[in-house]
Design a protein around this ligand. Structure first.
Ligand SMILES: Cc1ncc(COP(=O)(O)O)c(C=O)c1O
Length: 332
């Protein structure tokens, strides 16, 4: 752990959900194909439930919830939300209740199936996007307060300044791992959904004084609104940490293929390629699209010679959308 990052984070309550440092692995076949060195930070192996990036955010978010005396956690997302399922599972492990405020078609697959299997309370609402679910979450919180409970709301994707600390910490880990490996990455690439992961990476890199550029691949929301969200997270998280650093909003490219959650053939092909060449499974909503973006941008020479891809998890997406992907890929 980078000493400056460790000391800045020391004052924040954290529950340890990740029992190890996730590995950084070289991808030989993809590197050969692209003519650059591609490495992967295995945050799909964060070790709680289906793993993924949300577990890092939850270490601080649930640390805060416990410190504030909460007994029930409410969070939001699409029916297939990795974040929602992992949040509920982590809350239960810590002895808290959880209510998930979800949107979308109820299909018993992927994470929604896991929600049900683990006996998590879910409520489905109509909303254009997950950010609009906040008002319903507040209604649920009010209802629980009236029953004498102490609810704690975690925003979509855990994208709050406290959640963002999880990826500041991840950079502390990457800093020491890359020093041991003797590597200086030109870029760190990840999937951008709610923006918390890329904001934490950007802030962490600045605090660690690393020259590595964070590059985000947007899988849904893009443009002005996303830039504003990331700018706010950077500012508010710096204030929370009590540091004065000016961090630019990272480069973000649009690889949503038209819409969040839209399943497309090109991405399904990349998922098959990375699976069969490297033995690593990506998902069709987040990491598959982000890796498609990595390949596309690396071919254009935008990402430098040494690239670190953060695998943010999301394995359940394959079990939610696998049939759609198979149709797009055609008969084997
Ligand atoms: C697998 C996976 N990757 C990436 C992301 C995006 O991370 P963020 O919301 O921090 O931008 C998510 C968010 O839901 C996710 O589930």
């Amino acid at each position: 752990m980078h000493p400056k990052i460790a000391s800045l984070l020391a004052k924040f309550p954290r529950v340890e959900l990740i029992p190890w440092e996730t590995p950084i692995q070289y991808l030989p076949k993809v590197s050969e194909m692209l003519g650059v060195e591609v490495y992967i930070k295995r945050d799909d192996l964060t070790g709680l439930g289906i793993g993924g990036n949300k577990v890092r955010k939850l270490e601080y978010l649930l640390g805060d919830a416990l410190a504030k005396g909460a007994d029930v956690v409410i969070t939001m997302g699409a029916v297939h939300s990795n974040h929602a399922f992992v949040t509920a599972l982590a809350a239960k492990k810590l002895g808290l209740d959880a209510v998930l405020v979800l949107r979308g078609k109820e299909v018993l697959r992927g994470n929604y199936l896991l929600d049900k299997l683990m006996g998590v309370e879910t409520r489905i609402y109509e909303a254009e996007n997950s950010f609009e679910l906040m008002k319903y979450a507040e209604e649920v919180a009010e209802e629980l307060r009236e029953q004498g409970k102490r609810p704690y709301i975690i925003p979509v994707g855990g994208a709050s300044p406290i959640g963002t600390l999880g990826y500041v910490r991840a950079v502390g880990e990457i800093a020491t791992q890359s020093a041991v490996l003797g590597l200086e990455f030109d870029t760190i690439v990840d999937a951008v959904g709610s923006g918390g992961t890329i904001a934490g990476l950007a802030l962490g890199l600045a605090l660690a004084g690393m020259k590595t550029r964070p590059v985000g691949m947007a899988v849904g929301l893009f443009g002005e609104k996303m830039v504003q969200r990331i700018e706010d997270l950077l500012r508010e998280t710096s204030e929370l940490l009590g540091v004065k650093v000016k961090v630019e909003v990272p480069e973000i490219y649009d690889y949503s293929f038209g819409a969040y959650g839209k399943i497309v053939r090109e991405v399904s092909e990349i998922i098959r390629l990375v699976g069969t060449k490297e033995g690593i499974l990506l998902d069709p909503v987040y990491t598959g699209k982000a890796f498609y973006g990595l390949i596309d941008r690396a071919k254009k020479g935008d990402l430098g010679e040494k690239i670190l891809f953060v695998h943010t998890g999301g394995i359940s997406g394959l079990f939610h959308y696998g049939e759609d992907m198979l149709k797009l890929l055609g008969k084997v």
